[in-house]
Structures are given as C-alpha cells and as structure tokens.
Ligand binder design. Structure first.
Ligand SMILES: [Ca+2]
Ligand SMILES: [Ca+2]
Length: 274
C-alpha cells in the first residue's frame, strides 16, 4: 500500500478519489467493460483514483490521460481482481482522466516487487504462468515516475508479447516498485506500431484492434535510458462503431525529452480480446 511518505517527499497536495462514485460508465463490448473518472488537476497536485470492477468482473488495466498534457503517472496498478488505482501528478493545469478496464474472463494475477534506490531507474517484469497469456497489467512505482508499461515477449517460439507485463520507472526518491501481469487463457491479439522519436519530439497516436476485438490494455515502451521519456497518456479510445465503449483502439502519448541527446524508438501496443 502507498504510505504517507509520498506526501512528505513531494509536498504535493494529494486528493484521493474513490470510484465508482464519480465514475461514468462508458459501456460494454464483448467481455470488456469501460468506465471513466475525470477531474481538474493543478500544478504540483497529485490525485489518486481508486476504482472497482462490477461484481464478478476482473481488472485488466487502468488507462490514463490528460486533456492538456502535463500529468506524470506514479501508479497504474491492479490491487486485486476487482480493484485498481491510478496516481497522477500534475506539472500543469489540466483535466485528468482515468479508465478502469474490466473483463468477464477469468484472470490470474502475478506480481513482482523490488525496492529501487533513490535516483535509480528500474525495469521489473511479471511473468504469466504456463498456458496463460497477458491481457493487461500495471505498475506501482510509488514515488518514481512511470515511463514504460507494456506486454513483453520472452524467448518462446512465438514472437507475440504474450508472456507477461514489464514496466520501467525513474525518479529521485527511493521506491518499492511493483509490477503486475493480468493473465488469461485465450490468446489475445497484439497490435504493435513502432515510431521514431527525435529529441524534444512528442507523439500521440492510436493503435487499432481488429474488428470484433476489444481493447484490454495499452502498452508503450521507448528505447534508451529510463528517464528521458515522458509518458503522458495510455488510454482506450472509441472508434466509429455503433457502441460508445472505448474498445476500438489504444491511444499512446509519449515525449522524448529535449535533454536526451538521442533519437529513440517508441513501440506502442494494443492488447485486444474477445
Ligand atoms: Ca511470446
Ligand atoms: Ca466502440
């Protein structure tokens, strides 16, 4: 659990919002159900949104975004089968959004934790059990800032990133960092796109699920040392289909900081299920 340290360490105002009180239901598509919690956020403020799935449903991921950019994710975490938490810190006046994503499929969760020293970056992976494939995941970076959060491929026979969830974070403070993988029986469909990001460039683009498939998680990974990428959004998006559920694409928003001397590659992935 998140302690009080973060308040003292950052001197930020922390607001805790509990959903579903403030959640808007965005609808159901296939096995997936989506909701939205949103609100204003001022510079140096932090918000922690706690959300639940309906009874019997299981969380695959919690997405986030901001209308005018300027948010940094500290946690995008799945606490248990039905509860998720997103902690966002603001660097500008903005409107944040948090999207709990739940499935009626059975999910097994695998967690990996490690303490990461002050100023250090870390990458942690949580591997799915045999016969299971990753449909989503999350990370609690505690006092560090999340840069990458994505499904990964181990060196198994396929080349699909179905083997687990991986995340990287960096920041000044010491942190107990935890990554969680949400693993399902049926093989999801993984749709990836790789783009170049020159220093100082930012990009935002959607990756579409195939028709008849529904987004269960969005992943983003920028190459290079952790700390040069600014993850500004990782969220579900509605397409031009008849429903209002944001099941059609995963939207990734990432900056390559101007302080980075190198161009990097950003791999964005949409994980899509029945
Ligand atoms: Ca694989
Ligand atoms: Ca839709």
């Amino acid at each position: 659990m998140r302690g009080k340290g973060i308040l003292g360490a950052t001197a930020a105002a922390l607001a805790i919002i509990s959903a579903p009180a403030l959640a808007g239901d965005l609808g159901t598509a296939g096995t997936m159900t989506y909701a939205l919690v949103e609100g204003p956020l001022e510079p140096n403020e932090e918000v922690q949104v706690q959300t639940d799935c309906a009874a019997g449903a299981n969380m695959t991921a919690v997405g986030f975004g901001a209308d005018f950019g300027g948010v940094r994710p500290l946690s995008l975490f799945l606490h248990s089968a039905s509860a998720a938490e997103a902690t966002l810190s603001a660097t500008a006046s903005t409107t944040f959004s948090v999207y709990p994503m739940c499935t009626t499929a059975s999910v097994k969760y695998v967690e990996k934790s490690r303490s990461v020293p002050a100023t250090a970056a870390a990458t942690i992976k949580a591997k799915c059990p045999v016969q299971r494939h990753v449909a989503g995941g999350g990370v609690d970076a505690y006092a560090k800032v999340i840069q990458n959060s994505y499904p990964y491929d181990s060196r198994d026979k396929d080349s699909k990133p179905d083997d687990g969830w991986k995340a990287s974070a960096q920041g000044a403070d010491e942190a107990e960092m935890t990554v969680v993988a949400a693993c399902v029986k049926a093989m999801p469909s993984y749709r990836s796109k790789k783009v170049d990001l020159s220093p100082g460039a930012g990009i935002s683009f959607p990756i579409k699920c195939k028709t008849q498939k529904h987004l269960s998680a969005t992943g983003a990974r920028m190459t290079g040392a952790t700390g040069f990428g600014g993850l500004e959004g990782l969220r579900p998006l509605d397409g031009s289909d008849a429903d209002t559920a944001p099941d059609d694409s995963g939207l990734v928003n990432m900056d390559n900081y101007p302080s980075n001397p190198d161009s990097e590659k950003l791999t964005a992935t949409a994980v899509c299920v029945e």
